[in-house]
Ligand binder design. Structure first.
Ligand code: ARG
Length: 469
């Protein structure tokens, strides 16, 4: 809820207006205020302030009584915000001053001592870092859920045969399990990217103050520890100026969104009438208002599109940051909205993808039928010529190409050629060749490490199940 009291407007800002004779113009207030969005960091702001107050008391900078009043009062403020009764004011600019002002209403004079040895510059750096850290953890949890859904699909279809594509042309038969596990690898890397970024971001900027540190005997290690950081950030200028943590988070989000988008594209193709590889559930499809027969993969399409705003947020923040001199500039207030939007978009996309994957039904017969089209076992045939007839691979490739052309001319697939047809191209070919032309034999033979053979795929499934326990 946003209220605009004229009282707030008329007078100079009570937080910083000592040298001001008049309050800001309404337009100045509108462009300056961040409370419309940074209220999402209320929890982090209050947690940070509570830790700061406890530290100030422990260091003898404020009294224990004042610290207790501040810490207690801040909990009341938090419950007001969470309960929806807090009145946010644009005149008070941002979450930091809204909270502090309310604290003053509640506890009076001691509230004014909270901001000792601190600035909004280290405060906002702290709040935002904690907010991004929480989202980093949420992304990891969301990715884990998606990977588990993919593992369930992979296990069910470890030996279902489907076409593997290059150039979206049928290339070689692969297994459904193998295809699902390819995404488990991608999302696994995404997870580790978030985890890596988290390690680097986990240094506390609190106590850097405005930019130069402070003359008060603060204990930055104490607040860092209380707020779950590994250590305080070692350079106060950098602590205030750094937004790398948000950029790294957005980069990890963007790569994840790219993976989600590729998978979505496949689901859109696979669920089409031309492919019929999968059936998406009613829960994750929509109908058409004019064409009664339609069942559209809207969730997949929307996930496919989320990369636009997520990667847009990353480019946006890079652009905000790239020319800023040290340390803080108000430009940096423009760091938050896009990160918030990217986080919401990513979490929604992950949840929707997890739901779609859990619900989707593979059309096993159709997958197998498609796997056998497009001369998909031509490589198996060439490999057979090398293995059984001792042919150099280049010659085998050529002989196989001739056989493919022959089959194409006859309008049939490779296994439909007769032995006579085969021997017409190369006299030494024998009936044993037909064993390798079936799609099941083809996939079963690809037992190289990481290959599509069900035996190999099951090993990878087991490894990931263990890792995700
Ligand atoms: N609302 C501000 C932001 O988001 C807080 C920091 C303000 N600092 C300042 N020096 N004006 O960046």
């Amino acid at each position: 809820m946003m209220t605009e009291t004229s009282k707030d407007n008329a007078k100079a800002n009570t937080m910083w207006g000592g040298r001001f004779a008049a309050g800001p113009d309404a337009i100045m207030e509108a462009i300056n205020a961040s409370i419309g969005f940074d209220q999402r960091m209320a929890k982090q702001d209050i947690e940070g302030s509570r830790a700061h107050a406890a530290m100030l008391a422990a260091a003898g900078i404020i009294t224990d009584t004042d610290a207790a009043a501040i810490r207690e009062g801040l909990l009341t403020v938090l419950s007001e915000i969470e309960g929806g009764t807090f009145e946010f004011s644009t005149a008070l600019e941002d979450i930091h001053m809204n909270v502090e002002s309310r604290l003053k209403d509640l506890i009076g004079e001691p509230a004014g001592r909270l901001h000792t040895a601190r600035s909004r510059n280290d405060q906002v750096a702290l709040d935002f870092r904690m907010w991004v850290r929480e989202q980093t953890d949420a992304a990891i949890t969301g990715l884990q859920a998606l990977m588990k859904a993919l593992l369930t699909q992979a296990e069910a279809g470890a030996d279902w045969v489907m076409p593997g594509f290059t150039h979206l042309q049928v290339a070689q038969p692969v297994t459904w399990g193998h295809h699902m596990m390819a995404y488990v690898e991608m999302f696994g890397r995404d997870m580790s990217r978030f985890a890596d970024a988290r390690k680097r971001m986990n240094l506390s900027p609190l106590g850097a103050a405005a930019l130069a540190g402070t003359s008060f005997p603060i204990d930055r290690h104490m607040t860092a520890q209380a707020l779950g950081f590994d250590a305080p950030a070692p350079n106060s200028l950098d602590a205030v100026a750094d937004r790398d943590f948000a950029l790294e988070y957005l980069a990890a989000c963007s790569i994840t969104a790219m993976h989600l988008s590729r998978f979505s594209e496949e689901l859109v193709i696979w669920s089409s009438a031309q492919f019929r590889f999968v059936q998406l559930s009613d829960r994750f499809s929509t109908g058409s208002s004019i064409m009664p027969q339609k069942k559209n993969p809207d969730a997949a399409e929307l996930i496919r599109a989320k990369i636009g705003r997520i990667m847009g947020a990353m480019v946006g923040l890079f652009t905000v940051m790239k020319g800023l001199p040290l340390t803080y500039s108000k430009d940096m207030q423009e760091d938050k909205e896009q990160v918030f939007d990217a986080a919401d978009s990513l979490m929604l996309a992950l949840a929707a993808m997890t739901g779609m994957v859990s619900d989707m039904n593979a059309n096993v017969e159709e997958l197998e039928r498609a796997a056998a089209t497009g001369f998909s076992t031509a490589t198996d045939l060439a490999d057979w010529l090398v293995r059984e007839l001792g042919m150099p691979f280049r010659e085998a490739h050529h002989v196989t190409g001739t056989l493919v052309a022959l089959a194409e001319g006859k309008g049939c697939d490779l296994p439909d050629l007769s032995l006579d047809d085969m021997q017409g191209v190369h006299e030494n070919i024998n009936a044993g060749v037909f064993d390798v032309l079936g799609v099941h034999n083809s996939v079963a033979s690809r037992t190289s490490y990481g290959g599509t053979a069900p035996s190999e795929v099951r090993k990878q499934i087991a490894r990931w199940k263990e890792a995700l326990k």
